[in-house]
Design a protein around this ligand. Sequence first.
Ligand SMILES: Cc1cc2nc3c(=O)[nH]c(=O)nc-3n(C[C@H](O)[C@H](O)[C@H](O)COP(=O)(O)O)c2cc1C
Length: 246
Amino acid sequence: MTLTETQELQLNHRSVRRFQSRPLDPGQLESLIRCGQAAASSSFIQAYSVIRVTRQASRAAIAKAAGGQVWIERAPEFLVYCADLRRVDDACRRSGSGELEGYTEHGVAAIVDVALMAQNVLLAAESQGLGGVYIGGIRNDPQVVVDELELPALVVPVFGMCLGWPDESHEVKPRMPVEFVLKQDVYRDISDTDMASYDDRMAAYYASRGANVKLSDWRRATAAATQGKKREHLLGFLNRLGFFRR
Ligand SMILES: Cc1cc2nc3c(=O)[nH]c(=O)nc-3n(C[C@H](O)[C@H](O)[C@H](O)COP(=O)(O)O)c2cc1C
């Protein structure tokens, strides 16, 4: 089947962490954000805000909190994507239907909204030759982000994103076979043989890629990544900002 240009672009995605010093073109960021805003939004709540971080001191503090990710300091643009229920809460109060009260449903809707929005931004950026990387590392110590960016209640930093003109080009990371994720009618687990064959593919990729070569496979890398990122503070943090209270 012939792929559209958009599909080619999507299949060509790879995260970029090293950038040229060249800034984005005038108006380019605003146009990318508009593309982000064009994403679907649950009940049209548009529950997100994006903070463009230009203060170098804030970038340095966030980079440190994110485990020393230097690209946060060096990228031409660093954005923090927030799930933002403030406007929604205000709308509810004004309409007389009361405050949001931290229902899990609203928190989930806001986090889904911001993720869809951000992916639209990244794809639009990639369509213009820019590159970028998400930064979940900001959740290591999200209070640092709150303090640096003066985030009020009901505004939760979900992830960051570095953007700029790429100064590196990695190979595309092999995704799981479609059959692993597209299931028909009912859920079926993937057999161990099939998982092992994907592990072999990933092991070959990790062993031969241009940078950050490592001896691992998908299951081992995933176990290490998830066990290393338990972030036990997260629920308490979200509760304090008014998310997932009930
Ligand atoms: C929500 C989210 C958070 C991420 N956080 C980080 C991060 O903190 N640092 C980083 O270098 N990459 C981060 N990544 C990038 C992933 O590691 C990357 O997307 C994945 O390994 C697949 O590689 P690819 O994007 O090059 O295809 C994140 C990706 C997502 C979607």
